[in-house]
Design a protein around this ligand. Structure first.
Ligand code: G6P
Length: 620
């Protein structure tokens, strides 16, 4: 939620900040703002509601010069998305400007205290409290900004990633983090001088440098024009040595590559993304699965009494598929928990439990809090993330990256299939350690998993005409998605995708549960999407389709290539190649992603940035 960019160096800051905001727009896009210090030492702040392009338009008539600046794209938490609430916020004297991602939980108490001290507020945000608190601390302690930020943050409860400018000192930026991510890029300009970039993630930085420092929780960093590295101190007053990391992200991966939307690009990227996800993990000759995250903790997995998977949104759906697979292959009971619920219960956790966090971004606040709770209770933590170096990846004891490349579209597609493949690899690797599968079955599954990228390619190519009939569904108000076994989570995911980007109400159900309530909704206006591969429970799904048909519901089905029975019963069919039951979700979800995409674009929706959503939910 919310994206932060910052720059200090010899180049003009504004173009770097704007480009960075565009790259971070997936994190929030209800308003945006920039602040630069000019060569005449003016601290300019410009803000606009709506997307970054609105800010650019506004700034075209303004003085945007300056070689130091900060910028922000917002996903509103406190106060509606308007210009006053947009960041950057200024301090009372106008000497400081600040951008913030996160939530300050004790902002009301702090605000009351500051009001007593004569501070006045213009916005409804918790962020304005923060900038005033820093100025108040600086004045009352007569200290420099770096020290003031550190002292002020000791009184703050909540999550923050912040960057601050000080008008009187145009040679420095201070930033800090706790709970919300912040990355510092260290570059070298054309004259060999160091320059610093700040980003909520590495995407605004990669164009300029691949050398980054991931700021850790409770760390405050000072970047000046005179220094080669940031100076870092933590809230406990201990100086920290900056740890440099080299990014392995390419700029091409961040561009649309000729597709009209990131979402469509990411749907089509799935065959290659999954090849990368599998590569190096399946040992072809030995027909073995090698996950370093497990190899180093073999005993843990051998003796695990239970696995608990915590996740949110689409990641929760992939976790459900993982549960079915791990239970079947490795005979360990698996519970799948909504991270937001888990963290506020007093869950029973045994020391021999393994808690897995599944998260594309690796930054979801609820998931992070859930594993922190599990750790306090003694669990071993395993992370399945996409973003390298993300908070969850760093907070877990071990883990596996899904390696599907950056996912920019807010609606998750390739991360979902990447997570499912990774959970299957994990299930196979545990099964190998525990010897719960026969060699024959193990090899069959490993062989079949390797065919999945080609089969997804086939599915994409054989469902190209979805765009033509998607038009017909734009007037629907409701959709039902139904599946059984491994395909029940696919039904949930199909429904979520459609509602996220088209704003059509959709529900996913286990197909047999439909007669316990949802069937009351069915009439000639209700499209029902059945995932009906010619595999286990096929006959039972056929009966469920019959029940809908006799109530005049419209049937859309995902069927195995060559299927006649369900195709004949359906108004529309999408074909997928045959595969084993456990891998059907990886194919069946493809037409559902395309269906959502084309219905949403036919309705004129912004599929990459749907209303009210954000890619990375770093607030609870
Ligand atoms: C947001 C996104 C979803 C995503 C969920 C969990 O709601 O819009 O697409 O599934 O967060 O995110 P994570 O990064 O933890 O997988």
């Amino acid at each position: 939620m919310c994206g932060i960019v910052g720059y200090i160096g010899e180049q003009q800051a504004y173009p770097i900040l704007i480009k960075g905001l565009h790259r971070l727009e997936y994190r929030g896009y209800d308003s945006a703002g920039v602040s630069m210090i000019t060569s005449q030492q003016a601290l300019n702040v410009y803000k606009a509601t709506g997307k970054v392009s609105a800010l650019e338009e506004k700034c075209s008539a303004e003085d945007t010069t300056g070689t130091i600046g900060i910028a922000h794209t917002r996903w509103a938490t406190h106060g509606e998305p308007n210009t006053v609430n947009a960041h950057p916020h200024r301090s009372q004297s106008g000497n400081l400007s600040l951008v913030h991602n996160g939530i300050i939980e004790n902002y009301k108490t702090l605000r009351a205290m500051l009001e007593k001290e004569g501070y006045t507020f213009h916005s409804d945000t918790d962020t304005e409290v923060l900038v005033q608190l820093i100025e108040y601390t600086q004045k009352s302690n007569k200290c420099d900004l770096f020290t003031a930020v550190q002292r002020a943050l000791k009184n703050v409860v909540g999550a923050y990633a912040i960057a601050i400018l000080e008008r009187e000192y145009p040679d420095r930026i201070v930033c800090a983090r706790k709970g919300s991510p912040l990355v510092i890029g260290v570059g070298t300009d054309a004259h060999g001088k160091k320059e610093f970039y700040i980003g909520s993630d590495a995407t605004p930085i990669i164009e300029y440098t691949n050398q980054v420092i991931y700021l850790k929780d409770e760390e405050i960093a000072l970047m000046t024009r005179q220094s080669d590295l940031p100076e870092i101190i933590n809230l406990a007053n201990v100086h920290q040595t900056p740890e440099m990391h080299t990014l392995r992200l390419s700029l091409d991966e961040l561009e649309k590559g000729g597709y009209p939307h990131f979402m469509l690009k990411e749907i089509w990227e799935q065959p290659n993304a999954l090849r990368t996800c599998i590569r190096g993990r399946i040992h072809v000759q030995a027909k073995d699965v090698l996950l370093s995250g497990i190899v180093d903790h073999k005993e843990r997995f051998l003796n695990a009494r239970r696995i608990i998977i915590c996740a949110c949104g689409t990641s929760w759906h992939s976790a459900l598929i993982g549960k079915y697979f791990i239970e079947e292959a490795a005979h360990i009971p698996v519970e799948v928990e909504y991270a937001s619920e888990f963290r506020y219960r007093n869950p029973v956790i045994y020391p021999d439990d393994i808690v897995i966090a599944v998260s594309q971004s690796g930054e979801t606040a609820d998931t992070l809090a859930a594993i922190q709770l599990a750790e306090q209770k003694g669990a071993f933590l395993y992370g399945i993330c996409n973003v390298i170096g993300s908070s969850i990846a760093r907070a877990t004891h071990s883990g596996t990256y899904i390696h599907v490349g950056p996912e920019i579209g807010v609606a998750s597609t390739k991360a979902f299939t990447g997570q499912v493949v990774t959970l299957c690899l994990l299930g196979l690797a545990i099964a190998k350690v525990k010897r719960t599968l026969s060699d024959e079955m193990f090899h069959t599954l490993v062989d079949e998993l390797q065919t999945i990228p080609d089969k997804i390619q086939w599915t994409l190519e054989h469902n190209k005409d979805i765009d033509k009939f998607a038009q017909m569904f734009t007037y629907c108000r409701n959709f039902l998605f139904l599946g059984r076994g491994y395909n029940y989570p696919v039904a949930l995911e199909g429904a979520l995708k459609l509602k996220e980007i088209s704003y059509i109400h959709a529900e996913g159900y286990p197909a047999a549960e439909m007669k316990h309530g949802p069937i009351a909704l069915v009439d000639e206006e209700m499209p029902c999407v059945f995932i009906a591969p010619k595999r286990g429970m096929y006959d039972k799904v056929v009966s469920n389709i019959q029940e809908i048909k006799s109530r005049k519901g419209k049937i859309i089905s995902v069927v195995t290539e060559g299927d006649k029975t369900v195709s004949d019963m359906s108004d529309y069919t999408f074909v997928i190649p045959d595969t084993r039951d456990c891998f059907v979700p990886l194919l069946a979800v493809i037409p559902l992603q395309l269906l959502s995409y084309y219905v949403a674009t036919a309705k004129g929706r912004n599929v990459d940035q749907p209303r009210n959503l954000a890619k990375s939910v770093t607030v609870e």
